[in-house]
Design a protein around this ligand. Structure first.
Ligand code: IYR
Length: 234
């Protein structure tokens, strides 16, 4: 049984405008930064819902859409999340759970176990991966490429927030199992990333980082460069 098809109308950009559009998209995405200093300024719930709708347009294995976005605006629940996250991070940073090389790599970024922003922000969105689903008849539905699918959705969520003028941080207060119990999610779901969502604080500072350039992240490969490749034709 196959699904019916409908004509696809690709988002059209005239060829002459593509380079400019590309540059503008890059400028916008390159101006995004992860933020740890948030304002307590209110964010309408609809904006976060829109970002979640954007994220949920992501491609996914067999179109299973194996994600749940848990929205938290309740101050008491944000407080509980902060307390539990800080307990894990205290063990990471000061209890020796992070290996020395990891602590050294984080030192320039200046992070520590304290996560006050978890209470400052108007919203926390915790993205859960659904390891498997449940069909209406109660049987188990396989999910495929779950991490890839949820990772892509999270990237799109981050970009959607940024385009609306909001800020976030990809926070993984590892191990994150506490989020499943704290937020009452089923055993089929696993916390993937916790996103504090809000406006960046007015005096927000971010590390002066450079991004890798194109030549650092891209290689073009042609067959002629691969003479030694054990090809089946020779
Ligand atoms: N989850 C910890 C540690 C941490 C890890 C990495 I990799 C970072 O880029 C930043 C922090 C924390 O949030 O502090």
């Amino acid at each position: 049984m196959s699904v019916p098809t409908v004509p696809y109308h690709p988002h059209h950009v005239p060829e002459s405008e593509q380079p400019l559009v590309g540059d503008l998209v890059f400028e916008e995405m390159n101006s995004r930064r992860s933020v740890r200093d948030f304002s307590d300024r209110a964010v309408p719930r609809e904006l976060v819902e829109t970002a979640i709708r954007c994220a949920s347009t992501a491609p996914s294995g067999a179109h299973m859409q194996p994600w749940t976005f848990v929205l938290v605006g309740d101050p008491e629940l944000k407080r509980r999340i902060r307390i539990a996250a800080e307990a894990e991070e205290l063990e990471n940073y000061d209890g020796g759970r992070l290996p020395a090389h990891w602590r050294e790599d984080l030192a320039p970024i200046g992070t520590d176990w304290r996560k006050p922003y978890l209470e400052t922000v108007p919203w926390i969105v915790v993205v859960f991966e659904q390891r498997f689903g449940t069909r209406p008849d109660g049987t188990r539905q396989h999910h495929y490429y779950v991490k890839e699918s949820v990772g892509i959705a999270c990237g799109m969520f981050i970009d959607a927030l940024h385009r609306m003028g909001l800020s976030t941080l990809t926070h993984t207060p590892s191990p994150m199992a506490f989020l499943r119990t704290l937020l009452g999610r089923p055993a089929s779901e696993r916390p993937f990333i916790l996103f504090p969502v809000g406006y960046a604080a007015e005096d927000c500072q971010v590390p002066a980082l450079d991004r890798k350039g194109l030549s650092d992240v891209m290689v073009e490969v042609i067959a002629a460069d691969l003479e030694d490749y054990p090809d089946s034709s020779n």
